[in-house]
Ligand binder design. Structure first.
Ligand SMILES: Nc1nc2c(ncn2[C@@H]2O[C@H](COP(=O)(O)OP(=O)(O)O)[C@@H](O)[C@H]2O)c(=O)[nH]1
Ligand SMILES: [Mg+2]
Length: 493
């Protein structure tokens, strides 16, 4: 292995995660959650806050620049972060990917390259998986598989990009809402436009119940929050009651949530809390239908199974260590050799006798066993392939080779014992260096990782793999630390 192990581990574990993610694809739900509001209300700021840390900043929509959002932006789950342009005129039309973008297009690019009403942007983010996957039956599609839905950052209503005049209801709220999010700036709550928007928001049609109407007030100083939220809660509740009674709908099926924030004044911890509250507020707490990784790993074909091999390797390390401590007994390679028995023997007979005595000392019958199982390349396509071939296999070779070399050298040295020599000093001269290297290898942090794997055999396959990866990261960090210091190269976790 090269001097620096941690970068290899970061890369190969990332590759494992990507391959695991790629195994998870979902169809598109028709239903979505639209984020609506007037121009400059803070819709994009909301999306940016929700995605903070989950995607590269360059792929996030722009906030703070005038009239940036021109096309609707669908934010959903995908196995890797991707920003694409779709041809998707309506919510229920199939989407056709036109291009993948490497940066969020500014307004001018959006205007010149794409068509309003036909094109949408889509940002796929792996970290949203627990939030935007609908279990079978929650969408209009009769899908038996889970589907992904989108949060849709809509162009500001009065931004000149809204298609309100053409089709007011469709454009503002759409027909297939899982929940609705309405954003308004605290300074503009009483504007005629916001009043009209709030009314339309309360008139949204929903695809699942209880339906959540989430009303977010931005740029709201903390001192005013309680008062403003109470006032807007009352105002929106009255509107909602009116709308629902005109449609003969039951108010109990609707949940109105009013929140007030100032994004610019939030600390990271407050943003984290806001995100959690937001997803729970719109009825999307993290999905708790079992561990997704657990399910995926359980579906692995039998030839992908690695835990049996882990366990064999762990046992091999233990056995090899047990043998290694017998290579010398009381500081001697041949503690029980009766020299008088060697007198009169031919060189071959002497070598044979010495070998037999040494093997007895090691506690093996007639030959040194192969301690380690045969190397096992993983089948192509295995999610652990990169980690395996760049880290696990080379590391395993590093701990087994010194022991194998020691044993080979011992056999060679014994077969060539010179007649006149003091056998013990001869063997010391031949083997001490190899013995030290074998000890270093079998008590290295990687060897400790392997011996820990045996103890995990009663755990689930996912737990074993997760532990192996975690221990490998610790091993990598420790090795890198060792390579920068002059500490003796022996440890155990
Ligand atoms: N101080 C403060 N500024 C905000 C807040 N929300 C949005 N803004 C600012 O308001 C402007 C418009 O926000 P943006 O998210 O682009 O609005 P959109 O048109 O609704 O998408 C930007 O300059 C934001 O930085 C907030 O809570 N506090
Ligand atoms: Mg915007």
């Amino acid at each position: 292995m090269p001097a620096s192990t941690s970068p290899i581990l970061s890369r190969t574990i990332a590759e494992f995660c990507l391959k695991m993610q790629e195994a998870r694809t979902y169809g598109d739900a028709v239903a979505s959650i639209r984020i609506v509001g007037e121009f400059s209300a803070g819709k994009t700021m909301l999306v940016r806050t929700l995605l903070e840390g989950l995607a590269e900043p360059g792929l996030l929509p722009h906030s703070a620049m005038e009239r940036e959002t021109f096309l609707p932006l669908e934010v959903t789950y995908g196995p890797r972060v991707r920003l694409t342009v779709l041809e998707r005129p309506t919510d229920d039309s199939p989407s056709r990917e036109i291009a993948e973008l490497c940066a969020f297009p500014n307004r001018q690019e959006q205007l010149t390259r794409f068509q309003r009403g036909t094109h949408r942007l889509r940002l796929e983010v792996p970290g949203l998986e627990s939030r935007v996957i609908l279990p079978p039956g929650e969408d209009y599609l009769d899908s038996e598989e889970p589907l992904r839905f989108s949060l849709v950052d809509m162009p500001g209503w009065n931004s000149g990009e809204s298609r309100m005049e053409e089709n007011p209801q469709e454009d503002l709220m759409g027909e297939w809402n899982l929940a609705a999010v309405y954003v308004a700036n605290a300074c503009r709550l009483d504007s005629a436009l916001n009043q009209e928007l709030l009314e339309r928001f309360c008139d949204a049609s929903f695809s699942s119940f209880p339906a959540v109407l989430y009303y977010l007030i931005t740029s709201c100083p903390s001192v005013d929050r309680e008062r403003i939220v109470a006032r807007e809660q009352k105002r929106a509740r009255e509107l909602l009651t009116r709308v629902l009674s005109s449609k003969n709908m039951d108010e109990g099926d609707f949940v109105l949530v009013v929140e007030a924030v100032d994004f610019e004044a939030m600390s990271s911890a407050e943003k984290e809390l806001f995100r959690e509250n937001f997803w729970c507020g719109i009825n999307r707490p993290p999905r708790r239908d079992g561990n997704i990784w657990e399910r995926l790993i359980c579906e692995w074909p039998p030839e992908w199974e690695v835990n049996g091999y882990f366990s064999e390797v762990g046992t091999a390390v233990e056995r090899a260590r047990a043998t290694l401590i017998k290579v010398k007994r009381d500081g001697r390679y041949l503690a029980r050799l009766n020299r008088t028995m060697l007198l009169e023997l031919s060189p071959e007979e002497r070598a044979k006798k010495v070998m037999k005595t040494w093997l007895e000392q090691l506690g093996v019958a007639d030959a040194v066993p192969a301690f380690f199982p045969a190397t096992r390349p993983l089948p192509s396509g295995h999610p652990l392939s990169a980690w395996w071939s760049n880290y696990f296999e080379p590391s395993l070779r590093e701990i087994r080779t010194p022991l194998e070399t020691l044993l080979e050298e011992a056999a060679r040295a014994i077969s060539l014992i010179p007649e006149e020599a003091d056998i013990e000093s001869y063997l010391s001269g031949c083997l001490d260096g190899f013995l030290v290297r074998a000890e270093e290898a079998l008590y290295s942090s990687f060897a400790s990782l392997c011996s820990n794997l045996t103890a995990l055999s009663k755990h689930s396959p996912t737990e074993i793999i997760a532990t192996a990866l975690t221990l490998s990261v610790m091993d990598g960090k420790y090795r890198d630390y060792l390579s920068q210091t002059s500490l003796p190269k022996q440890t155990g976790f």
